[in-house]
Design a protein around this ligand. Structure first.
Ligand code: FAD
Length: 416
């Protein structure tokens, strides 16, 4: 069913009783050419691009909970491509360009809002590193704009711009194409489009082990619904990547941490930019419902508990109020966390694993929502062809043996 204004009108005339489910809920078949583990954005996008770009038809996505119930449905929805190194800039800008056409491509409104993304400088040191960063972006062909103190004040009137503020704002830089997209819609849009192309999406189906052929290659998986044969398997399980790698018999340089976020009660439009303050450790945007969406850095210790610690919550709130004192009377409505897959160089791992026919997409850590279209595209490419896409080439697992790391953590030092 094509979604359109006319379909909406027809639906209204029929009291909205004629809508069909956005995707089927099939029972798993005994065998597929390709099985993807993880029904978050990256797994669902990979399934869609396998069917769309590579015209493959025997594909399943297995999700142990519900679609988008992992980090895809828990993030603060920031999209941007302002990365420091050329390898990352190419990958993330490819993703942002895919986002720019995604609602049309999927026939599903992902509510992309390119409202602009502003990074604040609170010290001379910050100003220098933002200048270096913006220059690197120019060199990589991605637009960036350094902002004076006055320009930041004009763009974000809600900021405390007084010179004796606890964290005075000295300037900043912006990527105007950055912004937000609706996280659930990205998962649902890919799921619906993949289902329409014949992909079986199976929820409440946990992968519990791997079946291997005599040559050590993966030939199937054990699940809570029984054994499923598979020609190739792709892993896109974010914070649980090390757990699945352990079941498959290899180790990953990934540590899992809780990353938390929170929203305030809704208020009238007050903030029409995504504002990041690496110096204080908080970032804020206003959702379409009016809530202030607030995020910060990782919890300090590895964990699989999707709650987040009070100490980090407190420091993120304090940082937010230091730059936006006028938000101090707002009540927090909800707080939650997701388990993110952190790699030492803050860059993803894409491509083959030490186990033949098993491929991986992980290591996005605190910033993989913006990468969903590209990450899915890369995983689909390697699953379909057995070869890496050229944009994924620098992000191989073997970089932890060669030492050719891409240290994006050096650029921002903040999760978003
Ligand atoms: C609080 C927070 C804020 C964030 N903010 C941003 C942001 O603003 N911008 C940004 O770009 N990124 C952000 N991120 C990061 C981003 O959300 C993730 O990098 C991205 O969503 C990862 O997508 P994914 O599909 O790889 O993982 P997920 O969405 O986590 O999907 C993985 C799925 O695998 C499933 N799974 C796990 N184990 C198994 C198993 N054994 N069998 C079957 N299924 C299994 C899980 O249930 C889960 O649904 C944030 C993350 C958090 C937690």
């Amino acid at each position: 069913m094509k979604y359109s204004a006319l379909a909406l009108l027809r639906g209204a005339l029929a009291a909205h009783r004629n809508w069909s489910p956005a995707w089927r809920s099939p029972e798993p078949k005994p065998a597929y050419d390709i099985v993807i583990v993880g029904g978050g954005g990256h797994g669902l996008a990979a399934a869609y691009y396998l069917a769309k770009n590579h015209r493959l038809s025997s594909i399943a996505v297995l999700e142990r909970g519900w679609l988008g119930g992992g980090n895809t449905g828990r993030n603060t929805t920031v999209v941007r491509s302002n990365y420091l190194y050329p390898e990352s800039a190419r990958l993330y800008d490819f993703s942002l360009k895919l986002y720019e056409g995604l609602s049309r491509e999927l026939n599903f409104n992902v509510m992309l809002s390119q409202r602009g993304h502003v990074m604040l400088a609170h010290s001379r040191h910050d100003l220098e590193s933002l200048a270096r960063w913006a220059n690197a972006m120019y060199m990589n062909g991605i637009e960036a704009e350094l902002l004076s103190r006055e320009q930041v004040g004009e763009l974000i009137p809600a900021l405390d711009m007084s010179p004796d503020a606890r964290y005075p704002v000295l300037g900043g830089f912006t990527q105007r194409r950055g912004g937000t997209a609706r996280h659930d819609a990205v998962a649902w849009g890919y799921a619906r489009a993949a289902d329409a192309l014949g992909v079986d999406i199976i929820q409440n189906c946990e992968v519990t082990g791997f079946v291997k052929a005599a040559n050590g290659a993966v030939s199937g998986i054990e699940t809570s619904h029984g054994r499923i044969q598979a020609g190739r398997v792709g892993l896109a399980v974010a914070g649980h990547s090390s757990v699945l790698a352990g079941l498959a018999g290899f180790r990953l340089p990934v540590t899992s941490y809780a990353l938390q976020a929170m929203v305030t009660e809704p208020l009238k439009p007050r903030l029409d930019k995504v504002v990041i303050s690496p110096g204080t450790g908080a970032y804020v945007s206003q959702s379409d419902k009016g809530e202030m969406v607030i995020g910060g850095g990782l919890d300090l210790f590895p964990s699989y508990a999707q709650r987040g610690s009070f100490a980090v919550l407190q420091s993120v709130v304090a940082a937010t109020l230091a730059i936006f004192p006028s938000f101090s009377r707002l009540r927090l409505m909800r707080q939650w966390a997701g388990i993110v897959d952190v790699v030492h160089d803050s860059s993803p791992i894409l491509g083959p694993t030490p186990v033949p026919e098993l491929y991986i997409n992980c290591g996005w850590g605190t910033g993989g929502f913006k990468a969903i279209p590209a990450g899915g595209w890369m995983l689909a490419h390697v699953l379909a062809t057995g070869r890496n896409h050229e944009l994924a080439e620098p992000f191989q697992l073997e970089r932890f043996i060669t030492g050719r790391l891409i240290d994006e953590a050096a650029a921002s030092g903040i999760a978003h």
